[in-house]
Design a protein around this ligand. Sequence first.
Ligand code: NAD
Length: 485
Amino acid sequence: MSETNLIANRWQTSLSGKTRHVINPAYNRPIREIADSDAADVDAAVRAAAQAFPRWSHASGRERAQLLHDAMSIFRSRYLEESARLLTQENGKPLSDSLKEVRYTADVIDFYADEARRITGTHFAGDMGSTHSFVFKQPLGVAAAILPWNFPVDLLAWKLGPGLAAGCTFVVKPSEEAPLSTIPFVQAFLDAGLPEGVINVVMGGGVTGAALVDHPGVAKIAFTGSVDTGVRIAQAAAKNMKRTTLELGGSAPCLVFADADLEAAVKGALRRCYSHTGQICISVNRIFVQAQIFEAFVERYAELASKLTIAADGLLEPDADMGPMINAAAVDKVRQHVEDAAARGGRVIVGGDAPRAEKYAGGGFFFAPTVIIDVTAEMRVMREETFGPVAPIASFVTAREAVEAANATPYGLAAYVYTRDLDTAFHCARSLRCGGVGINVNDITDIRGPFGGAGMSGIGRELGEPGIDSYLETKHVRLAYGSMP
Ligand code: NAD
């Protein structure tokens, strides 16, 4: 049952035989056991990846592209539904959201499969004497992919897609909270004929992740997760100057100006605040509304927030707006943030507690969509990543004031602006301190565009061209040649 580590193309238990449970957050009940890996498992996985590297990195871009495309057609036909159902069971999102995630996952791999054929270098005549310079782009080596639980399959594709296309081999460490949906996804690559050891998987928690980060055979760490873990990884990676891409937490502001399409702004902010129960790195965390439309915005937002549907079981209610939270600690944090806001004068006008209906009494980790007004800058909901279904709504008068308030956290992942005025849009886009700004749109993700954070939200970018560049080393080769014979 716990043969969930993949080393040299063989699914196996951890070498120590240790296991841990994966929990269904809708019921707080175990679904399945996975391997709990230690440093010996990590070492075996890194060795397998290192052994596979020379062959995989020397395969032509065309060969790598073909394999990735084949893997995704197998994934779509054989494993996509299974992966989506496991995703709902292990992380709680309603099935329609899980299906959306795994379909996008396959698109990301297909996109980077094509990019495998576009990796080129450059060359130029030397500046001094008879020399010519060549600039090569070469894969870094063994990459470690360390994942969070909230988009476990998609965010794995953001790493495997560009990394495999570039010619790197991998050791993957899924989140201990949501590792099961990644298994059928990885199996699709094996079914497509992936050479031995190109992708390896070690299951486990923070101890496993730390062993992987410390392993001298790992050249690059691609991590998505919390700021605290990201800081620890950056410190550990610096010891061997390992390359890192760190995609960390956020506290995205949403600025709604008086000239905006009010209905579009309300619906955009609402979906981005409560989708996946607010547990998305680019979730709307703080809403700032211009004073003239504040009341109208709050009234409509509260009306729609109180009508959102919460699936008690995302397999049985596949189209619900949201599901349970991931675990008890996540619910506790949300509760603390709401209580802190209330203690400092915030008014909870929707939600504020677990939903009350009988169907939520099965032991799962639920919290209702919540709206808070009369919020101030010192409240935790306005300073920290709540990572839950909470919308604090503040008002502002000038654009300058709104941008200052929006920038007043150490994070800087995403921001959203709703306005019909080009000057306002452009000034906000330039002065918001973050990696991505959505203008009249509530998602900053596009496969072709860079995704990543400023400030404490991380280092480096995934997706787009930087996504693949971060798996390549640049090498300058300078050649001297003699005089014409
Ligand atoms: P987490 O930091 O608790 O865990 C992430 C992964 O790191 C897990 O696989 C965990 O086992 C591993 N880990 C823990 N300690 C480690 C260590 N010392 N060394 C190496 N690995 C270690 O994060 P989480 O709770 O799984 O995910 C939620 C967080 O992820 C939120 O803060 C969210 O904003 C962030 N996130 C960011 C993005 C982004 O693209 N910026 C996307 C999704 C989620």
